[in-house]
Design a protein around this ligand. Structure first.
Ligand code: ZN
Length: 221
């Protein structure tokens, strides 16, 4: 089996990789880390200024076109390569566990995807990242609070009006009592405009959490 499907590093192609890892040690070290979790008023936090109340926010890696991070993200989202999500989560957990400001966080909430997507992909990539984080940063993951709306089943005129609003109406809140008074950390894979996270936070705010912070694996430059 090893000869047919050699385990190689997605960065440099060496076969000197540990079984559970998509990258060799050197390529992990060479990833484009942002260090944002240790920087106050970093570019990810600034994205949400004037839009929605975010306590702390950060991204693990810079995401650029034709980069190793883009290849890894495609592996995670379209090629059933769960190991990438676990590694991203593990590294993000390491970045967060050393920051005192994140100690207050009570719960992690991965950005949900539709059940139909989970069926084709095998998992929710944001949840896999959160599971990787748990290896070094022990916080529970809540999956039944923030729920993705299925627009394809409910495209009425009223919905169309909602879609034209500035903040997309993507989610609904379930079991709001679970987040009341809690410090939440939203976990997502890639941050571009912030519209998805903004919509998620607006939905969560209806449950009166104490605060909402954000951790994303990659930030688009
Ligand atoms: Zn390598």
């Amino acid at each position: 089996m090893h000869l047919l499907y050699p385990q190689i590093c997605f960065g440099c192609g060496t076969d000197q990789v540990e079984k559970a890892m998509p990258l060799c040690t050197q390529c992990i070290q060479d990833l484009p880390f942002t260090d944002f979790f240790s920087i106050n008023e970093n570019p990810v936090e600034k994205i949400f200024w004037g839009r929605v109340q975010v306590q702390y926010a950060g991204a693990l890696l810079f995401f650029t076109k034709n980069s190793l991070v883009q290849i890894l993200m495609a592996q995670l989202k379209y090629h059933h390569n769960k190991k990438v999500g676990i590694l991203f989560g593990y590294l993000m957990g390491q970045a967060i566990v050393s920051e005192q400001k994140f100690e207050q966080i009570d719960l992690m909430i991965p950005i949900p995807i539709l059940p139909s997507k989970i069926n084709s992909r095998g998992y929710n990539q944001s949840q896999v990242i959160a599971i990787g984080m748990q290896q070094v940063w022990n916080r529970p993951i809540m999956q039944d609070v923030l729920i993705k709306k299925n627009w394809s089943n409910s495209q009425t005129k009223k919905d169309r009006k909602a879609r034209l609003q500035q903040v997309p109406d993507l989610f609904f809140l379930q079991n709001p009592a679970c987040i009341k008074g809690k410090h939440l950390l939203l976990v997502d894979d890639v941050l571009t405009t912030g519209a998805t996270l903004e919509a998620a936070i607006e939905t969560l705010m209806a449950g009166s959490p104490a605060s909402v912070s954000i951790a994303v694996a990659a930030y688009t430059l």
